[in-house]
Design a protein around this ligand. Structure first.
Ligand code: GLU
Length: 366
């Protein structure tokens, strides 16, 4: 096992792109140098770069505004991806490094084989001393075009390679207590130990002024920190940003401390990738069994069932005050679990959600 550490560095579209819409070569050159320095300091680095759509539209858009149709943007990305890659390849060539293009889609539990292949590819690229440059495979997937600008994809890569650090570079200095353009008292939040509802309110929705895109960054930070990966949001324009983070400069951005235990890919998928199809309310005894004893959810602890889920669907598990306790894959469909739990008959036993399919979220507000 190599003693080298692993870093995922994600750079957003607005940072990668210059005023003319194409890749900002000056920035790419500087980041390539910084990545090169980190590699010399013992880090293996994956670069997750957005900007394919922007580069593609700069090439064929004739100066018109960026289209909104996701299908069209997928096609535009194919025009831009090789242009973006060629700029990254040149930037890294100037520090004598070779890059490899890794396009990923649906990096989830649904295709275990794909996940394992990606893991193996990264390991080989690290061993070869090649810098992987990752983007979503936009031609076959549109998740990041629609929502996240690669934030989520990058967090999943951080989980996949068991990264030691995940850095999201953007055009803001980090997460602020309020929108700094609207509120003179807004200040940078330097450290976050738990991502909760109040922080989500601070982050706002995607595209909201100076905190724009912070919601998806927060969601990505949550995935990464629950994967045991320290996460930093910092300004891409900050020269020497990677060395400053490594040197422990707390004011360089917002640092999210990792949770001590790492969720498995399966549990990460249940917690963050799957939408919930219903709610199961449980009593205090069941909360104890789940949270303190790490047990499965048994029918005897269920006091209510809502929604229209089928066996295998993800459901939220709520406590007596409606608070979110856990999320898991139900072994029963909604009507069966209602019958099991709400009629007198089979309240004595029966697993509703197995502990292996259960993620405790109490206190985290996921
Ligand atoms: N994968 C997309 C890209 O690299 C995400 C960003 C976007 O929608 O502009 O361009």
């Amino acid at each position: 096992m190599s003693a080298r550490k692993r870093l995922v560095l994600k750079i957003g579209s607005s940072s990668v792109t210059s005023d003319d819409g194409g890749p900002d070569r000056e920035l790419l050159d500087r980041l390539a140098r910084e990545v090169h320095d980190q590699m010399n300091e013992g880090w293996d680095v994956v670069v997750v770069s957005s900007g394919a759509v922007a580069a593609g539209w700069a090439a064929i858009g004739e100066g018109k505004a960026r289209p909104v149709d996701p299908g069209l943007l997928q096609a535009v990305s194919s025009v831009g991806q090789h242009r973006l890659m060629s700029e990254w390849a040149d930037a890294f060539a100037s520090v004598d490094r070779t890059v490899g293009q890794v396009l990923l889609a649906r990096l989830g539990e649904a295709d275990r084989q794909q996940y394992l292949h990606a893991e193996q590819t990264f390991a080989h690229l690290f061993a070869l001393g090649v810098v992987p440059i990752v983007n979503e495979n936009d031609a076959v997937a549109d998740d990041e075009i629609r929502f996240g600008d690669n934030d989520r994809l990058a967090a999943l890569v951080a989980h996949l390679i068991r990264a030691d650090r995940f850095v999201m570079l953007t055009d803001a200095a980090g997460l602020f207590t309020a929108d700094p353009r609207l509120d003179a008292d807004a200040s940078l939040i330097q450290e976050v130990s738990e991502i909760d509802r109040s922080l989500e309110l601070v982050a706002g929705g995607p595209g909201e002024g100076a905190t724009g895109g912070m919601a998806s960054k927060l969601a990505a930070a949550r995935i990464a920190t629950w994967s045991g990966v320290e996460t930093v949001i910092a300004d891409a324009r900050n020269v020497g940003v990677l060395a400053a983070i490594e040197g422990g400069n707390a004011s360089v951005g917002t640092t999210f401390h990792p949770r001590s235990s790492r969720l498995s890919a399966h549990k990460l998928w249940i917690a963050f990738a799957l939408g919930s199809r219903g709610q199961i309310s449980i009593d205090a005894g069941a909360i104890r069994a789940l949270v303190s004893e790490g047990g499965s959810l048994l029918a005897v602890g269920v006091v209510g069932v809502d929604g229209d889920f089928t066996s295998g669907d993800a459901v939220e598990i709520l406590g007596p005050d409606g608070e979110l306790v856990a999320k898991g894959l139900s072994q029963l469909d909604a009507s069966t679990s209602k019958n099991w739990t709400l009629t007198s008959g089979e309240q004595t036993g029966g697993v509703v959600i197995h502990r292996d399919d259960l993620v405790i979220l109490a206190g985290s507000d996921v």
